[in-house]
Design a protein around this ligand. Structure first.
Ligand code: IVH
Length: 730
C-alpha cells in the first residue's frame, strides 16, 4: 500500500471510530487503540505535509486565533418557526386545524415530530461531502463564520460518508450536553473560575470563542434537523426521509423522533417527551411538529417568514425569576458548608422550587447575589436547582413577558440597578433569628452592598453544632470543625456509612437516620450494630417488618471487604477507588492507620492532599474509637495479616509500561504489579527498575535501552510476578 492509500485508510478508520463514539455512543475500540491510529496518521502527515487536507481528523483544532468572525450570507435564509407556549394539547389541535384548512382537506396529515433542542441554529455547508463552512443564524439572512469552532465538535463529520452532492447545507442545533455542562462548571468551580450560566449560554459562548483551542476545551454536540441549499442531490420526498438520509451520511440525528398521523398523535408525542424530558442528556424547550410531505410543505408555504408547515410546542421554562428570601447554610458529611437559597416558591421546569444551591461563598460573590434580590433559578434534568444570577431592576417586566432573550440581556452585575431592585424586594425579607433586620435605611444599604461573607454570616460558628468554621488556604469551601460532634455531619456520615457502595445497609434511609440521631439512639457508625428490637420498636411511623428488615441488613453487613470499610469510614478525599487502592496496598486497617504521609503517598494516585486527609482522620482519637467499637460489635473485615508495603515482594521497585501487551490491558498489568508492592511510573528514568514493553512501544523503550534498564515482554512480566508470588527471587 502506498502512503496516500495508507493515509486515506487511516482517516476512514478513525472517522468510523469517531462516528461510533460520538454519534452512536457505542465505542468500537479502546481509547489506547484509537490514540495509536491517530498518532500513526499524525506521523504520516508530518512526514508528508503535501498530503495533509482540511478534512483529516487530525485537523479539528488546527486553526489560528481570529480577530473576529466574518459575515456569511445564507444561500437560503434561516427562518424561525412559530412557537406555541401553552402546555395543553390544544397547541397540537390548533396547528393541525390550520394545516388542514390551508390544504382544504379533511384527510389525516402525516407529521414528523422532533425535539426542540435548546442550543443554537447552525448551517453546515458540505461541498462534495467535505465540510467547507459553518455559520450561525445571525438575523436569518447573514450569520457569522464559525467554521473553526465547529470543526472542534467531534460528532460533526468533516467529511460525509457516501455523499457526492455538489452542495449540501445541513441545518441543526449546536448544544452542550448536561453532563458536559456540569463537568465543565465543576472544574471551573474547583479552580475558582467563572461558571457557565446554562448549557445554551455555554454553547453560544463557546461558538464565539476566537481561539479554537479554547472552544475545543468546552465540548459541544450537534443534531441535524433540516436542510439549506442543496445542489446535485435527489431529495427524498419526506422530511423524515431527509433525516434518515442525513443519518446515513454520518450526521448525528436524534433518535427521539416519530412520524405520526393526526392531531391526537401530536399531542401524545408532546406528552410522551414531557415525561422523559428530565431524563434526556440535554436541554430541550419543547417539541417541533413538521408536515412530513415536502410536497405539502411547498403547498403550505410561509406566513411572515415562518413556515406554515411547522410549529414548536414549548414546555415550561427551566429558568424562572423569583425572589431570594434568605440564605441558609447546610452542613455536609465532611463539614462542608453549602449556602442554600431559600426562595419565594416558583414553578420552574415542571415543579415548584423553594430551595436552590448557591454552591459556595465565591459563587455568591461572583454573581453578586444578596438577600432580597430577584434571581434567576434554573432547574434542569436531575441536577439540584441553582441560582444562576441576579436580574437588574427595570428589565424584569420586560423579561417575563418577552422570555429568555430579554432576560439574558438583563442579567447584569451593574450594582446600582441591582440595589434598586433589592430595595424593592426588601420588604419581603424574612426575619432571621441571628441577624435582625435593621431599619436604619442607610446602614442597611451599606451593609447589603458588601460582598457576601459566609464567616460573618454565621458569626464564625456552625449553624448546627456551634463549632468553629474554617477554610483552608486555596479552598472554596468553609467547613465546620465539629466532626462527628456535629449532628448534621453525623447524620450524613451515617448515611454514607450505610450506603450501597459502603456497608450496604440500604434499609437505613435518611428519615430513619434523622430519627435515630435526633432521638440520641445512634451517634456513631458503631452504634448501628447495637440496635435491636427494643431500641427500634418505639420509633414513630416505623413498621415492625421494616425493623426486621433493617436488623437483618445490619447483620448481613458485618463482614465487609477492607476496601468497603475504608470507604465507609468517610475519610475526606477518599472515594471508592482510593479506598480500594489503600486496601490493596496496606492489607490491613492497622497498617493504614500506622502509615505516615510519606508512606501513604507511595500508594499510586495518592498525593499530598489525600495523604494529609487520611493521616488527619486517624489522628483523631474519636475516629480510632469508632473503629475499635466496630470491632467489638462484631464487624469483621477481611485483612491480609502481616502484609505491609515494606514486606511486599516488589516494594521499592519501579516499573514503566509501554506499548500494547498481547493479553493484558494496561490497567490490569498495573494492578498486578502494584499488588506486589511496586510502583508504576509514567516515564523512564535512571530510577526505573523494569520496562514492560508491548507492541508498538515507542520512545520509552528507546530510553530504557539507552539507560540500560531491564526490558521484558508480557511473558517476562508473568514470570516475574509468579516468581514473587511464590516467594522466588529474581
Ligand atoms: S426547524 C424553517 N427543528 O428552534 C424551520 N428548529 O425557530 C427551521 N430548533 O432557533 C427550524 N430544534 O434552531 C427546527 N427540531 C428542530 C429544532 C429547531 C430546535 C430551533 C432552531 C431555531 C428555532 C426555530
Amino acid at each position: 500500500m502506498d502512503v496516500p492509500q495508507q493515509i486515506a485508510q487511516l482517516r476512514a478508520e478513525i472517522e468510523r471510530h469517531n462516528h461510533a463514539y460520538y454519534v452512536q455512543d457505542a465505542p468500537t475500540i479502546p481509547d489506547a487503540e484509537y490514540d495509536k491510529l491517530f498518532r500513526e496518521l499524525q506521523a504520516l502527515e508530518t512526514q508528508h505535509p503535501e498530503l495533509l487536507t482540511a478534512d483529516s481528523p487530525t485537523q479539528r483544532v488546527g486553526g489560528k486565533v481570529l480577530d473576529g468572525f466574518a459575515p456569511v450570507r445564507h444561500a437560503v435564509p434561516m427562518l424561525s418557526i412559530r412557537t406555541e407556549t401553552d402546555t395543553e394539547a390544544s397547541g397540537a389541535f390548533n396547528f393541525d386545524t390550520r394545516v388542514k384548512n390551508a390544504l382544504e382537506t379533511s384527510n389525516e396529515i402525516a407529521y414528523a415530530c422532533e425535539l426542540k433542542f435548546d442550543g443554537l441554529a447552525i448551517n453546515l455547508r458540505y461541498e462534495r461531502g467535505v465540510l467547507v463552512q459553518a455559520a450561525t443564524r445571525g438575523d436569518g439572512e447573514t450569520g457569522e463564520d464559525v467554521t473553526q469552532n465547529i470543526r472542534t465538535i467531534h460528532c460533526i463529520p468533516l467529511r460525509l460518508q457516501d455523499c457526492t452532492a455538489e452542495v449540501l447545507e445541513v441545518r441543526g442545533e449546536v448544544y452542550m450536553s448536561r453532563k458536559d455542562f456540569n463537568h465543565y462548571n465543576e472544574k471551573q468551580r474547583e479552580q475558582g473560575l467563572p461558571t457557565l450560566v446554562n448549557p445554551r449560554n455555554g454553547a453560544a459562548g463557546t461558538l464565539r470563542q476566537l481561539d479554537p483551542k479554547l472552544s475545543a476545551q468546552r465540548p459541544l454536540s450537534f443534531y441535524a434537523y433540516g436542510l439549506g441549499e442543496v445542489r446535485g442531490w435527489t431529495m427524498p420526498d419526506t422530511h423524515s426521509g431527509i433525516l434518515d438520509a442525513l443519518q446515513t451520511f454520518g450526521l448525528p440525528v436524534c433518535d427521539e423522533r416519530a412520524v405520526v398521523q393526526g392531531a391526537q398523535a401530536l399531542a401524545d408525542f408532546h406528552q410522551r417527551v414531557a415525561a422523559k424530558r428530565d431524563a434526556l442528556p440535554f436541554d430541550i424547550d419543547g417539541v417541533v411538529y413538521k408536515v412530513n410531505s415536502l410536497a405539502l410543505q411547498k403547498q403550505l408555504g410561509f406566513v411572515s417568514r415562518e413556515p406554515r408547515w411547522a410549529v414548536a410546542h414549548k414546555y415550561p421554562a427551566e429558568e424562572q425569576l423569583t425572589v431570594l428570601r434568605d440564605i441558609e447554610i447546610q452542613v455536609g458529611r465532611t463539614g462542608k458548608l453549602t449556602p442554600v437559597a431559600k426562595l419565594e416558591p416558583v414553578f420552574v421546569g415542571g415543579t415548584t422550587v423553594s430551595n436552590a444551591t448557591l454552591h459556595n461563598e465565591g459563587e455568591i460573590r461572583r454573581k453578586d447575589v444578596h438577600i432580597g434580590d430577584t434571581v434567576i433559578v434554573r432547574r434542569a434534568g436531575d441536577v439540584i436547582p441553582e441560582v444562576v444570577g441576579v436580574v437588574k431592576a427595570e428589565k424584569i417586566l420586560a423579561s417575563s413577558s418577552k422570555g429568555r432573550k430579554a432576560r439574558e440581556r438583563s442579567i447584569s452585575s451593574r450594582p446600582r440597578e441591582i440595589a434598586e431592585k433589592r430595595k424593592e424586594n426588601r420588604k419581603f425579607k424574612k426575619k432571621r433569628n441571628f441577624e435582625p433586620i435593621r431599619t436604619g435605611k442607610k446602614r442597611l444599604e451599606r451593609k447589603e452592598r458588601k460582598p457576601f461573607n459566609l464567616y460573618k454570616f454565621l458569626h464564625g460558628h456552625c449553624p448546627v453544632c456551634g463549632s468553629h468554621i474554617v477554610r483552608e488556604e486555596g479552598e472554596a469551601d468553609w467547613r465546620c470543625t465539629g466532626g462527628l460532634f456535629c449532628a448534621a455531619q453525623r447524620k450524613q456520615a451515617l448515611m454514607h456509612f450505610a450506603g450501597r457502595r459502603a456497608m450496604n445497609i440500604e434499609e437505613l434511609g435518611e428519615k430513619l437516620v434523622e430519627q435515630l440521631v435526633d432521638g440520641g439512639i445512634v451517634g456513631t457508625p458503631a452504634d448501628i450494630f447495637r440496635l435491636d428490637m427494643d431500641f427500634l420498636a418505639n420509633l414513630e411511623g416505623v413498621r415492625e417488618q421494616s425493623v426486621k428488615n433493617l436488623l437483618k441488613a445490619i447483620e448481613l453487613s458485618k463482614q465487609p471487604t477492607l476496601a468497603r470499610l475504608i470507604y465507609a469510614l468517610g475519610i475526606r478525599n477518599v472515594g471508592e477507588t482510593t479506598a480500594k487502592d489503600l486496601a490493596r496496598h496496606f492489607g490491613s486497617l492497622d497498617n493504614l492507620k500506622a502509615a505516615d504521609e510519606t508512606l501513604l503517598q507511595q500508594v499510586p494516585d495518592v498525593g499530598p492532599v489525600v495523604a494529609r486527609s487520611i493521616a488527619a482522620f486517624f489522628a483523631e482519637s474519636h475516629n480510632c474509637q469508632v473503629i475499635e467499637q466496630l470491632r467489638m460489635s462484631g464487624v469483621q473485615w477481611e485483612e491480609y495479616e502481616g502484609v505491609t508495603v515494606n514486606t511486599l515482594p516488589l516494594s521499592g521497585k519501579t516499573f514503566v509500561l509501554t506499548g500494547t501487551l498481547p493479553t493484558m490491558s494496561r490497567d490490569e498489568a498495573k494492578s498486578k504489579i502494584e499488588a506486589l508492592g511496586a510502583k508504576v511510573a509514567g516515564s523512564v528514568s535512571k530510577k526505573t527498575d523494569y520496562v514492560v514493553a508491548g507492541a508498538e512501544a515507542g520512545s520509552k523503550l528507546d530510553k530504557a535501552r539507552e539507560l540500560g534498564v531491564s526490558v521484558m515482554d508480557e511473558q517476562g512480566l508473568f514470570q516475574l510476578l509468579e516468581n514473587h508470588l511464590y516467594g522466588g527471587q529474581t
